[in-house]
Design a protein around this ligand. Structure first.
Ligand SMILES: Cc1cc2nc3c(=O)[nH]c(=O)nc-3n(C[C@H](O)[C@H](O)[C@H](O)COP(=O)(O)OP(=O)(O)OC[C@H]3O[C@@H](n4cnc5c(N)ncnc54)[C@H](O)[C@@H]3O)c2cc1C
Length: 404
């Protein structure tokens, strides 16, 4: 490693992180005639954009409102989301050749189904607008100094200290360390004495261990449309059984609201009343076995798995009132106590982050450090599954750019 060089730069701002927030910030700053340098640790920018939505990038959600974001301050995201709306995201991408198609529940994907197109919009625009991008460069420290901030960057075995008047921390959250995720944003928050709202993996599969685990394992690969809830929230989407527990969209959604030690509840047949259905069926077909009946409603495999919990070898006519009630209880209020979650290796986002009361909700500037901004996943604003996290990342990048 050679000696540290300190260099006064002519950038208006240095943006740390070439992800969704940092790239949007650079482009929007460019539109306003401001020069920025994006510093990205990976060899390429936009790593998470590329893998998002199974490589197709669910880049926004038509139903975005502050309600789909978890934060200690539920109002914090409102200003940012109103300054850069879903319509702004849609027309921005349309202007640069990406038409959106809605898949389900308002989720918008590029018509091409290719996340690369999304990244290309930013790399081309950065080039056109003269915004500089350094890849394979990791920011190690930031210090306040005369004229702004000194940003220490390690690149090609050298450490350089760059001085710029403003700095944007858009270095993302902790999920998927093997894709470049670092704790840089949180570490800098601690360094500058900023409060952090407790962080945890979110949009993450939940694990089942102990005596219940084999029951889930036998159903591995089975997917069921359910309502999953706890005392905070409820989601209606599919759940997926796996050999280690539960995944699928409804589980990922509830995971953001689940705390270790708590139960979650699953209605395996939402919007129906199984007790009533059984009563109707047995009038016409009393000899039908409960197993066959459940196999019709669910899959044969799932019905068989219920055999240790329900009298599946009885026919419908012979079921007692109490038995029908307990079938209803099990099907509509299936109780699960997850052992834990799959952690940051499998989480789509980080819950918590830099505390919102440390930031101006209008500009995302750190209140006590003028010229320093936090955006994207670093901040204690966590979206639901379905394109909301990108909407927050684009919007926060835009808002910061207006204030550089
Ligand atoms: C598997 C998966 C699928 C997802 N799918 C979707 C989806 O379809 N829709 C959706 O809305 N959200 C999705 N998300 C969430 C979404 O990717 C994130 O919320 C979003 O990328 C956050 O944007 P960001 O700019 O804050 O952080 P990131 O996009 O993570 O960017 C931060 C960048 O900073 C870089 N960095 C970190 N530390 C340093 C440092 N010290 N120096 C230099 N660079 C640094 C990182 O390498 C990274 O490139 C998905 C996430 C995952 C993991």
């Amino acid at each position: 490693m050679t000696a540290n060089l300190t260099k006064q730069t002519d950038f208006d701002a240095i943006i740390i992180g070439g992800g969704a927030c940092g790239l949007m910030c650079a482009v929007q700053a460019g539109f306003l005639g401001k020069r920025t340098l994006v510093i990205e640790k990976n060899e390429k920018v936009g790593a998470k954009i590329l893998i998002s939505g199974g490589g197709r990038c669910n880049y926004t959600n038509l139903y975005t409102s502050a309600q789909q974001f978890i934060s200690t301050n539920e109002h914090f995201s409102k200003s940012t989301l109103s300054q850069w709306t879903v319509e702004d995201t849609i027309s921005f991408f349309e202007t640069y050749g990406i038409t959106g198609k809605e898949k389900t529940l308002g989720q918008l994907f590029p018509e091409s189904d290719n996340a690369r197109d999304v990244v290309k919009v930013f790399t081309s625009l950065c080039l056109d607008l003269g915004q500089e991008i350094w890849t394979g460069a990791e920011v190690k420290e930031i210090e306040q100094a005369e004229g702004g901030f000194v940003v220490s960057v390690e690149r090609d075995g050298r450490t350089e200290s760059l001085v710029a008047p403003k700095v944007v921390i858009a270095s993302g959250g902790l999920p998927i360390p093997k894709m470049g995720a670092t704790d840089f944003g949180l570490r800098m928050a601690r360094h500058f004495g900023l409060r952090i709202s407790e962080t945890a993996p979110a949009l993450v599969p939940l694990t089942i261990t102990g005596k219940d685990q084999p029951w889930y394992e036998q159903l591995s690969g089975n997917s069921i449309f359910c309502r999953v809830w706890n005392d905070r929230i409820s989601f209606e989407e599919n759940i997926l059984f796996t050999h280690w527990g539960l995944s699928g969209p409804a589980i990922l959604q509830i995971s953001s609201y689940w705390r270790p030690g708590e139960y979650i509840y699953i209605d395996l047949l939402p919007n129906h009343n199984i007790g009533e259905l059984i009563k109707q069926e047995r009038e016409a077909n009393g000899k039908k076995m409960l197993l066959a009946y459940l196999a019709n409603l669910f899959t044969r495999k799932f019905a068989e798995a219920l055999s240790d919990k329900l009298p599946v070898d009885k026919n419908l006519a012979s079921l007692s009132k109490t038995e029908i009630e307990s079938i209803g209880q099990l099907i509509h209020e299936f109780k699960v106590k997850p052992a834990g979650d799959k952690g940051y290796d499998k989480a789509e986002v980080m819950r918590g982050g830099v505390a919102t009361d440390e930031l101006s909700s209008k500009t995302l500037e750190v209140k006590k450090i003028p010229g320093m901004y936090y955006g994207g996943e670093c901040v204690d604003v966590t979206g639901w599954l379905g394109g909301y996290n990108f909407q927050w990342a684009w919007a926060s990048g835009f808002v910061i750019a207006q204030n550089l």
